[in-house]
Design a binder for this molecule. Structure first.
Ligand SMILES: Cc1cc2nc3c(=O)[nH]c(=O)nc-3n(C[C@H](O)[C@H](O)[C@H](O)COP(=O)(O)OP(=O)(O)OC[C@H]3O[C@@H](n4cnc5c(N)ncnc54)[C@H](O)[C@@H]3O)c2cc1C
Ligand code: FES
Ligand code: FES
Length: 1286
């Protein structure tokens, strides 16, 4: 039997029919090759965690190429002849780390580290594929594939841009500053110092960049060449996998078994996930006839050409051939299709077939080819080809047929072409609407011979605006008259269908009209257009981003206050850092998956039909609530904050769509997940009652009273009597998915006396108690172990115990190790999110804006249970920096029919601060005063840091000058508008809970080890703790190691959250160190000893070298305020609703930072996550069932690398300290998130400017939140008559 042969990191692997086609390269790398450095999250090409490098000989030339792929999309059977390199293959502790790994670590480009291997491998592939000739712009443009939720991308971008040939001096200086001295051997230490200001080191770094990649690959190795390209098959009882090399092979293979599927790059998996394969799979990736391109009169493009190759062809021909100059436009459009790893193997034919299979798919290739008049060639047997229009192809029965090529015509100088793709974020998204416009003019005339207007994203069958195309014939498109005629025609012709979760039909309709106008503005000769309108034709094309970080550091305190690299940074960047699911495979392990409810809330489960599931080979068992030996609750009441029991598995009444109701057990993760979908839940009372999904729907329903709990009413203690203005308004905030890169995970392993539980949780105590109660075991039989989390952001505080209980249940009942990882869709559907909030206010203000009274009422949406009430904290944060004595506040909690909501980074503070800042803006707007002044006069006058901080930031950010420039810009541009806003914030930090730390010293070498009850999840907790320990003990930082957190050593530890984990654990560590120092005092009094001598002596004298301390409320850490001011400038494309954040300046009071670089990372990361919340992250539910529809990377869009501020400047407040916090420091994990609310104010300002020009009255705007492209666009209220040329 034939085999698939490939290499991983130089080692040959052979795969036969034992491997099903759904075994991905990722699964193979992790579970068969046992290389756990490569991560996995979305399994659909949307996150980049799984990227690896491939070197392979690619037809038609069989030239050996290097490229990145998403290992989650590639079937292992597709890897024949590939040389796969994983993160372990480029560098490790044993072989020496690779420079990319080192640089990412040293630039602080890793926080939780889950995304880091994927970023490193994307960079590695890019560098190799571009033959080291990378520019900074190319680097920044090439990471649409990779999502990082922690860092805010700036340090990642900088680390990688330092490899570019045009890396600027600042970046190269940074590399020099961060270099190990030994790496620059020929430099003396003095030289190195000087080099940061002269060229010597910089040049060395540039040439070192190149040396680093020399001879990494053995180019002689190439299986394909050795295997003489003969078709072969890999057979299993259920499938046969045919590796085809020619079209003849393909048709022969099709004849063999008509139940077939063609696979080219297999990236279509990322669009429509397929778990069931037909019996005959034909791999056409290497079919040489599909790989060629030929230019005669036309350009013939083989259907097997990858999108990356296609971009190369377009780039070359657009510069070399007049009639194909237009390909530059298509090249630029292709740059917005998917991302580099998908484009590397995704093919033309695959893309067109996705459109064929699902006509709704907004295929960019189809759009482009159809716009320029391309045709497609279809073969039904060798030599029997038919060429047809793409529109005909869509209707063709493709059974037994192959797309052979696409033919693009030359376009003469009489043609003008423009295409657009409008997306919810800057990169890696399918189009909301895409459009292509081609005008063909009569020779030497301004009149049109023909016009092509093609659209995607409108409806299943809509391709051409055919009627409008006809209207244009014989007309000059660049006159107001034609323009109006066309726009009115489009208004009638464009009838988009509602297609949730896609944006509304109304938006897509008006957007498609605007895109025509945009194209006209772009193409119109300068003399025929008002210069103020011209910029409306452009889309945002950002230059490379940049940033600066300004902080003080006191060297006398080092390692405290020292800007150090995170302790775990290098192992994270090398893929050596262990996450819960990285513990090695065990021979008898099983995998669990939730069966979730698929019906409207309120129905009752009566049973389960598991027949189909058990027909899947490898399924081992199924458990429901009835099998739980103890308490069916993952929120036990013995744990603080947990007021209500939430069921691990639904035992009867369904609370929300997607609620876990059973667990399937199988011998493979994919099998468990597939079988879970096949279990049918039976319901005894089938209710079709519409679920109540929002606060408004509850408040309007008869169930309002039973679903609402009134939490608090705060009465004012003062009232003013100078009321000149009475103003009222509201603010409605939605939820947010945490989007941690490591999904909810737990591995439970039976032990002699109970269970070892590797859980990705933020709370050891909750997890161990919930499992113990669920299994009816004493807590001392459960050992929860957490090395680190791949991001938590609050989503793993309480929700992770549900997954841990399910894994523990299986391990306990089966007596086998159980791995339980929630797939992304289940993770998104079944787990609660940030609490939405609705608020209403009425405020009385005097002529200056001083609040005389304020009444505000808010409601928070808890989902289906009242757990985790944050209303008290919301009120505390609502006060922010203002005097609240005249404020009346009422807070309420609401139950909706959604998953129980939970803490999400800056819970309560985000909402509290957004509410009050909205009110401040509202007052300022309505009384016509400067918003900063209105804010200042409503603050307490004593000990107010803001006048100084605001002035400082205004100076640093050149606020006044830039404001002047913006006024000019807005006057000169009708369709692009800018705004610059400023906002202060006070964020109260308060302490709670118990956090222990155990500091132990080994007598043999005086090295120190710390175990503590906090959870490291990217916030730099371990580094800060080690810095404090080193500072107090007076030892070098590298003497200290931090071990995983366990419930054994930290039995009653409080949740790590609310920004205080690092401080409390560091406090406990400091105290433990002081206990040790006290024990050494008598020895020290007797003489002077080195650290090692001191410890040896103490050991001899029987001194206990281990000390423990637990921080609790009895200790003297007191609440304190973090102060910050932020300025943000953005530009809005008024014709699409897209935006670009041009610059952000943040001045934050970090006290005397324990670890400045880590705190910079916390501020930047929090702010960018906040930008996502306010802009692109939108949760859309099915209104009739309550199912979450934005439940994948395809539909839920956190910010990518090009969504961050183009210029981001962080300043720590100078000369700051903090008498209440730990060692004068302040927390940084959450506050900056709340500053992102400023973008709402900036949008409002920019849109207002556009509306005023449109003749609308000057009125306050309530923009829908989040400020998606749709909500921004809708707020403009476009009218067709506004779209003119002069
Ligand atoms: C994360 C992500 C983002 C994306 N973003 C975009 C985007 O913004 N715009 C866009 O247009 N597309 C986008 N795509 C789609 C992407 O372009 C396609 O996945 C890709 O082009 C498919 O090519 P493939 O070779 O991998 O196809 P495969 O997955 O191998 O095949 C897809 C389908 O086509 C069939 N097929 C393949 N080749 C042929 C052939 N020659 N003849 C007949 N049938 C054939 C297969 O049988 C299969 O049914 C995205 C995809 C991903 C994963
Ligand atoms: S896991 Fe492969 S891209 Fe997300
Ligand atoms: S460091 Fe990138 S996701 Fe955490």
């Amino acid at each position: 039997m034939a085999e698939i042969v490939f290499k991983i990191n130089g080692k040959e692997h052979k795969v036969d029919g034992k491997f099903d086609p759904d075994v991905t390269l990722n699964e193979y790398i992790r579970n068969v090759a046992h290389l756990r450095g490569t991560k996995v999250m979305c399994r659909e090409g949307g996150c980049g965690a799984c990227v690896v490098t491939i070197q392979a000989a690619l037809p038609p030339s069989n030239e050996v190429k290097t490229f990145a792929v998403n290992s989650c999309l590639v079937s292992i059977l597709s890897c024949h002849g590939w040389d796969v390199t994983t993160i372990e293959g480029i560098g490790s502790e044993r072989t020496g780390y690779h420079e990319i790994q080192k640089r990412l670590a040293r630039f602080n480009g890793t926080q939780c580290g889950y995304c880091s291997p994927g970023f490193v491998m994307s960079m590695y592939s890019l560098y190799m594929s571009k033959n080291k000739n990378l520019t900074t712009k190319e680097v920044e443009n090439s990471f649409a594939s990779n999502i990082c939720r922690c860092t805010g991308y700036r340090p990642i971008a900088e680390a990688f841009k330092s490899f570019a040939i045009d890396a600027d001096k600042t970046l190269l200086d940074k590399v020099a500053d961060l270099e190990d001295l030994h790496l620059l051997k020929s430099c003396t230490k003095d030289c190195l110092k000087n080099c940061s200001i002269n060229k010597c080191t910089n040049q060395k770094i540039l040439s070192k960049n190149i040396d680093l990649f020399k001879n990494k690959f053995d180019n002689s190795w190439c299986i394909i060449e050795n295997l003489n390209s003969q078709m072969f098959m890999v057979n299993s009882p259920a499938y046969r996998w045919v590796k085809a090399y020619s079209l003849a092979d393909v048709f022969k293979a099709m004849q063999g078994d008509k139940n077939y599927k063609l696979i080219a790059g297999n990236t279509g998996q990322g669009v429509n996930q397929q778990t069931d394969y037909p019996s005959n799979i034909i791999d056409i990736f290497s079919v040489y006839e599909l790989k060629e391109h030929v230019l005669d009169v036309n350009l013939i493009l083989g259907a097997g050409i990858s999108l990356s190759e296609l971009m190369g062809i377009f780039q070359d021909l657009s510069t070399s051939t007049d009639d194909f100059k237009y390909l530059k436009e298509l090249h630029d459009h292709l740059d917005l299709v998917a991302h580099v790893p998908v484009r590397n193997i995704g093919t033309i034919g695959g893309n067109l077939m996705l459109k064929h299979i699902n006509n709704e798919f907004q295929s960019d290739l189809f759009l482009m080819f159809e716009t320029v008049g391309g045709v497609v060639t279809i073969a039904e047997e060798v030599g029997k080809n038919t060429t047809m229009a793409l529109t005909e192809f869509l209707k063709l029965d493709m059974n037994g047929k192959v797309i052979v090529n696409v033919i693009l015509p030359p376009l003469s100088q009489c043609c003008s072409l423009k295409t657009y793709k409008i997306m919810p974020r800057a990169q890696n998204s399918h189009a909301i609407v895409n459009a292509g416009f081609l005008f063909k003019f009569h020779h030497n005339s301004q009149l049109l011979e023909s016009a092509t207007l093609v659209y995607g994203g409108i409806s299943k069958n809509f391709i051409h605006a055919a009627r409008t195309e006809t209207i244009l014939i014989g007309r000059d498109p660049y006159t107001n008259e034609t323009l109006q005629l066309v726009l009115r025609s489009l208004q009638e012709e464009m009838q988009p269908e509602e297609n949730p979760p896609e944006p509304s039909a109304e938006y897509r309709k008006m957007l498609s009209i605007c895109l025509y106008y945009k194209a006209i503005l772009y193409l119109c000769p300068e003399e025929k257009i008002n210069p103020r309108f011209k910029s409306g034709g452009k889309v945002f094309k950002r230059d490379v981003s940049k940033g600066s970080q300004s902080f003080e550091t006191d060297e006398s305190l080092w390692p405290l206050n020292q800007p150090v690299t995170k302790l775990e940074a290098i192992v994270q960047c090398a893929g050596e850092a262990e996450f819960s699911n990285d513990i090695p495979a065990m021979s008898d392990e099983v995998f669990g998956a939730f069966v979730t409810t698929d019906i409207n809330p309120g129905n009752i489960i009566s049973g389960f039909d598991t027949n189909q599931a058990f027909n899947v080979s490898g399924v081992l068992g199924f458990y429901t609530a009835k099998d739980i030996p103890g308490n069916n609750s993952f929120t036990p009441s013995k744990i603080p904050i947990m007021d209500v029991d939430e069921e691990i598995l639904c035992s009867g009444k369904v609370m929300y769509y997607g609620q876990p109701a059973g667990v399937i057990i199988a011998n493979r993760e994919q099998t468990a997940q597939k079988a879970a979908k096949l279990v049918k839940i039976l319901y005894s009372s089938v209710s079709s009652k519409k679920p109540l999904l929002t606060i408004d729907s509850v408040l309007e329903s008869p169930e309002m009273h039973e679903r609402m709990s009134n939490n608090q009413i705060i009465e004012p203690t003062d009232i003013g009597n100078d009321v000149k203005y009475v103003l009222s308004g509201e603010l409605k905030l939605k939820g947010q998915y945490h989007h941690y890169m490591e999904l909810q995970t737990c591995v439970a392993i039976p032990t002699e006396d109970g269970l070892d539980v590797y859980s990705s949780c933020q709370w050891l105590d909750l997890t161990s108690v919930a499992i113990a109660e669920c299994l009816n075991l004493p807590v001392n039989r459960i050992n929860v172990i957490v090395r680190r989390l791949g991001g938590g952001y609050g989503g793993k505080i309480s929700r992770s115990s549900q997954i841990a209980c399910a894994a523990a249940l299986i391990a306990h009942l089966e007596r086998k190790p159980c791995r339980f990882v929630l797939p992304l869709i289940t993770n998104m559907k079944s787990i609660g999110k940030r609490l939405p909030l609705n608020s209403k206010f009425e405020v009385g203000a005097n002529g200056e804006g001083v609040i005389q009274y304020l009444k505000t009422t808010f409601h928070q949406d808890h989902g289906y249970s009242f757990n985790e009430n944050i209303s008290g904290r919301t009120i505390a944060h609502f006060y922010s920096c203002y005097d609240p004595r005249r404020w009346k506040i009422e807070s309420n909690s609401i139950i909706t029919d959604t998953a129980s909501n939970t803490f999400c980074r800056s819970p309560s503070s985000t909402e509290g601060i957004a509410m009050i800042e909205n009110i401040m803006e509202y007052i300022a707007y309505n009384i016509g005063k400067d918003p900063t002044q209105v804010r200042l006069i409503n603050m307490e006058s004593e000990n107010n840091p803001f006048p100084d901080m605001i002035n400082q930031l205004k100076t640093d950010s050149e606020y006044d000058r830039r404001n002047g420039e913006i006024i000019t810009f807005n006057a000169q541009n009708r369709w692009m508008k800018r705004a610059l806003k400023l906002m202060p914030m006070t964020f109260e930090i308060y302490y709670f809970g118990n956090y222990n730390s155990v500091v132990s010293i080994y007598h043999a070498d005086a090295s120190v080890v710390i175990c503590h009850g906090g959870i490291a999840m990217g916030q730099g907790l371990n580094t800060k703790v080690a810095q404090v320990c080193a500072f107090v003990l007076g030892v070098p930082l590298d003497k200290i190691r931090i071990k995983p957190s366990t419930s054994l050593i930290s039995p009653n530890a409080m949740v790590t959250g609310a920004s205080i984990g690092s401080e409390c654990v560091a406090f406990a560590t400091k105290k433990a160190c002081e206990i040790l120092l006290e024990r050494f005092a008598t020895i020290k009094a007797k003489g002077t000893y080195s650290w090692e001598e001191l410890i040896a002596k103490a050991y001899e004298e029987g001194v206990d070298l281990q000390a423990t301390y637990m921080y609790s409320a009895k200790d003297d850490l007191k609440p304190y305020n973090v102060y910050a001011v932020c300025a943000l400038e953005l530009e809005v494309d008024i014709l699409t609703g897209n935006h670009d954040v041009r610059r952000v300046d943040i001045l934050e009071d970090t006290g005397r930072s324990l670890s400045p670089i880590i705190d910079v990372g916390q501020i930047e990361g929090a702010f960018v996550m906040g930008l996502g919340y306010w802009t692109s992250e939108n949760l859309v539910y099915d209104q009739s069932t309550g199912e979450l529809l934005t439940n994948r990377t395809w539909t839920y869009k956190p910010p990518g690398i090009k969504d961050i501020p183009a210029d981001m400047r962080i300043y720590f407040r100078r000369n700051a300290g903090n008498e209440h916090g730990l060692l004068q420091s302040k927390a940084t994990g959450e506050p900056a998130f709340c500053l992102a609310t400023i973008i709402l104010h900036a949008f409002r300002e920019a849109i207002r400017s556009a509306r005023l020009e449109g003749g609308y009255p000057d009125q306050w705007l309530d923009i829908g939140i989040p400020c998606t492209a749709e909500n921004v666009f809708t707020a403009v209220e476009h009218k067709v008559e506004h779209f003119v040329l002069m």
